[in-house]
Ligand binder design. Structure first.
Ligand code: HH2
Length: 296
């Protein structure tokens, strides 16, 4: 088999030239903290459903060192139902208004064109669409109009049914090809390549095996020439491997997944537990460099 590149060589990938994303340098693993303003998110639904608690969480994650704070008003967990524009707007906009002074750039986790436009007007600096700008026919043009960088994620169909029976001939290549096509579509819509990042969509229409094949092969996605984001935090595959039904008890496994991604040069890690993940990353990066790594 091909000799596995040493950690140091893989770390070279980290320093591969990628433009900054919303002003955040892509030269070391960066953390995207998660604020789910929903009653039903799979791991923390209801915890931050009120503006005050969502604001406090966003500020806390920024203080813990989040490089981005991802704000979402629609759970896209397996089996979830879509949220109306009115409901998503009512959940998210009050929080965005309250976060205007946040030191970390805010990403808006939404599939709706109208939400992208309105969130951008309220200070969001990144658009994060779990459907890769495919769900809303107006999303590509709306995202391009905002001038914001976009994160294009792969999902196999709709959250409602994506886990019913996910099948691929080759999950790595099919996810890669989907992301390549979405990059082309975004560029054609007027979003320059330096404002694009991709994400394989762990848990979005994938079996345990699919998720593990993706986590093992993440370095492939650097071939797309844009920053790579991975969101494995607290997800079901961690619970399946450990028979751990409670998402909040999956933090050690989430950290292991984050280190797995960082060791393959993934530039952005989307996590619920910023302080814990940052601590682990610093140790891993410092050891891998043989010296204190304080870029985080
Ligand atoms: N780019 C990106 N965005 C995402 N948004 C939501 C979730 C699902 O996790 P969470 O937001 O915690 O749960 P829910 O969708 O139930 O709110 N995962 C990702 C991900 O892996 N990548």
């Amino acid at each position: 088999a091909m000799e596995e590149p040493a950690i140091a060589e893989r770390l070279e990938v980290l320093s591969a030239p990628r433009p900054a994303l919303a002003g955040v340098a892509m030269d070391a693993p960066r953390l995207m903290g998660i604020v789910n303003i929903t009653p039903d998110s799979f791991s923390d639904g209801g915890d931050f459903a009120e503006p005050e608690t969502a604001l406090a969480q966003a500020r806390r994650l920024a203080e813990e060192g989040a490089d981005f704070v991802d704000i979402g008003g629609e759970s896209t967990r397996p089996g979830s139902d879509p949220v109306s524009l009115e409901d998503e707007r009512a959940r998210v906009m009050p929080v965005l208004e309250g976060l205007s002074g946040l030191p970390a750039p805010i990403s808006i986790d939404t599939r709706k064109a109208a939400m992208m436009t309105e969130a951008a007007a309220k200070g969001a600096k990144v658009i994060n669409d779990v459907s890769g700008l495919t769900h809303d026919p107006d999303a590509l043009s709306a995202a391009a109009q905002t001038g914001l960088p976009v994160i294009l994620m792969h999902a196999l169909g709709d959250p409602k049914t994506m886990q019913d029976d996910p099948r691929y001939d080759d999950v790595l290549l099919e996810v890669y090809d989907f992301l390549a096509a979405r990059i082309d579509a975004a560029i054609a819509a007027g979003i320059p390549k330096e404002r694009i990042a991709v994400d394989p969509g762990i848990g979005f229409g994938k079996t345990l095996q699919h998720n593990l094949t993706l986590l093992n092969g993440l370095s492939l996605f650097h071939g797309l020439g844009v920053p790579v984001l991975v969101g494995a935090s607290r997800k079901r595959f961690i619970g399946t491997l450990n028979d751990e039904r409670e998402p909040k008890k999956r933090v050690p496994g989430s950290i292991a997944a984050a280190i797995t991604a960082a060791s393959q040069g993934v530039q952005i890690l989307r996590v619920h537990d910023v302080r814990e993940t940052r601590q682990a990353l610093r140790v891993w990066l410092s050891a891998a460099h043989g010296a204190p790594f304080d870029a985080l």
